[in-house]
Design a protein around this ligand. Structure first.
Ligand code: NAD
Ligand code: ZN
Length: 364
C-alpha cells in the first residue's frame, strides 16, 4: 500500500513516497540517501507536539543526528525574521553541505525550511515530510520555496527541489477538519483541470478520502502525480504550470481581501475561486451551466464555501476586488489571465479576459 512516484527533472529527479506509517520509516529512507548525516528538522509547534518524537526516534535509530527547530505555527512565520532565526539555528546545528534540512509540517514550514535550505551555504539538500493535506498534494512537490514581504505573499524565494518527499497519510488523522477540507480543494482542483474521471471518483469516494485508508492514499497519489507531471514539463512556470492556478486568481483576491486571516483559509478561497471560474466560464458561453453546477454541488457537499457571501465579516467591494485581481501577478497590459474551463477536466489558460466582463460577473 506504499505508492512511489518520480518527479522527472534529470539529475535533480526525486521520489515522492506516499503511504501509511512513513514517519517511522523516515530514518531508514533518509539514511539510504545520506548515511550518517546531520539533519536539521524544521517544524512548527502543533506538528512537533504530535509527530516530532516519532521522526526523531526514526532518524536516531538509522544512525542520523537530528536537531529540531520548532517555530510558531501560522503564515506569520513565513517572514524575514523567522528566516534569519531558522538559518542561524541550522548553522548552530552545524548543518553543512552534505547534511540535510528536513521540513516536517504544512506549507508554511515547507516553504520556509525549503528557502532556508536553498540559502544556507548557497544550497543544502532538503527533504519534505508534509503533514497537511495541502502540503502533501501541492506545496511539497515542485520546488517553490519562499517567504512573504510587506509587499505581499511569496515575493521572496527560490526554486529549490527537495531530494525526497515522504507523505505519510496517517499524519493527517491529527489535522483539524477545517484544514483537511481546505487541502481537499486542491485535490478536487486536479480533477477539474484535466482529469474528469478523477473528479467523478471524488464525487463518489470523498467520504472515504476524509476517513483515511486506501482511498485517501489514492487521492494523494493521483494529485501528486498530476503536480509532478506539470512540474517536470514546466519547472519554472513559463507555460502550462499556470493551469495549477485554477481558482487562484479569484481566490488570491479574496484571501487578500480577508487579510490572509483565519476568516478564509487558502483552500477555502480556492474553492470559491474554482466555483467562480466555472460560473464565469458558463456565463461566457465556454462551458455548460450543468458543469458549473456540478462543481459547486461537490464543493458544497464536502463543506467548502463556493460563494463570496459565505465569507464572514467585511470584504472589499467590487472595485476593491478588481484592484486586488489586477495586482495578482497574472496580469499583462490591461487584459487579465484566468484559468477558465470548457467543462470538468477541460481547463485552459485564457490570456485575454476583458476586465469589464469580470466586473460584470462580480456584480451579478
Ligand atoms: P500551514 O503550514 O499553516 O498548516 C495549517 C495548520 O495545520 C497549522 O496550524 C499547522 O500547525 C497545522 N498542522 C499541519 N499539519 C498538522 C498535523 N498533521 N496535525 C495537526 N496540525 C497540523 O498551512 P498549509 O495549508 O499546510 O500551507 C499553506 C502555505 O503553503 C501557504 O503559506 C502557501 O503560500 C504555501 N503554499 C506553497 C506552495 C508551493 O508550491 N510552495 C503551494 C501551495 C501553498
Ligand atoms: Zn493553492
Amino acid at each position: 500500500d506504499i505508492t512511489r512516484l518520480g518527479v522527472g527533472l534529470g539529475e535533480r529527479s526525486y521520489d515522492i513516497v506516499i503511504g501509511p506509517g512513513l514517519l517511522a520509516q523516515a530514518g531508514a529512507r533518509i539514511a539510504a540517501l545520506r548515511p550518517g548525516a546531520r539533519i536539521g528538522i524544521v517544524t512548527d509547534r502543533n506538528v512537533a507536539e504530535r509527530h516530532l518524537p516519532t521522526v526523531e526516534a526514526a532518524l536516531v535509530a538509522a544512525g542520523l543526528t537530528p536537531t529540531a527547530i520548532v517555530i510558531e505555527p501560522g503564515e506569520k512565520s513565513k517572514s524575514f525574521a523567522m528566516f534569519e532565526q531558522v538559518v542561524d539555528a541550522l548553522l548552530d546545528a552545524r548543518i553543512e553541505r552534505g547534511d540535510l534540512v528536513l521540513a516536517l509540517g504544512g506549507g508554511v514550514v515547507g516553504d520556509l525550511a525549503g528557502f532556508a535550505a536553498a540559502a544556507l551555504r548557497r544550497g543544502v539538500d532538503f527533504v519534505q515530510v508534509p503533514t497537511s493535506l495541502l502540503a502533501q498534494v501541492d506545496s511539497s512537490v515542485g520546488g517553490k520555496t519562499g517567504i512573504n514581504s510587506r509587499h505581499g505573499k511569496n515575493l521572496v524565494g527560490a526554486f529549490h527541489q527537495p531530494i525526497l518527499v515522504l507523505a505519510d497519510a496517517d499524519v493527517l488523522d491529527t489535522l483539524p477538519l477545517r484544514e483537511f477540507r481546505s487541502g481537499y480543494a486542491e485535490v478536487a482542483k486536479y480533477g477539474l483541470i484535466d482529469n474528469a474521471p478523477f473528479f467523478a471518483w471524488l464525487e463518489r469516494k470523498w467520504q472515504d478520502v476524509f476517513r483515511g485508508g486506501a482511498a485517501r492514499i489514492e487521492a494523494i497519489a493521483t494529485s501528486c502525480a498530476a503536480k509532478a507531471a506539470v512540474v517536470a514539463r514546466d519547472e519554472k512556470e513559463t507555460g502550462d504550470r499556470a493551469l495549477l492556478n485554477l481558482g487562484h486568481t479569484f481566490g488570491h483576491a479574496l484571501e487578500a481581501g480577508a487579510g490572509f486571516s483565519q476568516r478564509l483559509l487558502h483552500g477555502e478561497a480556492v474553492a470559491i475561486g474554482m466555483a467562480q471560474a466555472f460560473r464565469f466560464s458558463a456565463r461566457q458561453g465556454l462551458c455548460a451551466p450543468a458543469d458549473a453546477e456540478r462543481v459547486e454541488a461537490h464543493l458544497r457537499t464536502v463543506g467548502l464555501p463556493t460563494r463570496i457571501k459565505a465569507i464572514p465579516g467585511e470584504l472589499p467591494d467590487t472595485d476593491g476586488l478588481m484592484t486586488l485581481i489586477g495586482q495578482d501577478k497574472k496580469v499583462s497590459r490591461g487584459a487579465l489571465t484566468f484559468i477558465l474551463a470548457r467543462g470538468i477536466g477541460q481547463s485552459f489558460i485564457a490570456r485575454d479576459v476583458d476586465p469589464a466582463d469580470v466586473r460584470a460577473f462580480l456584480e451579478s
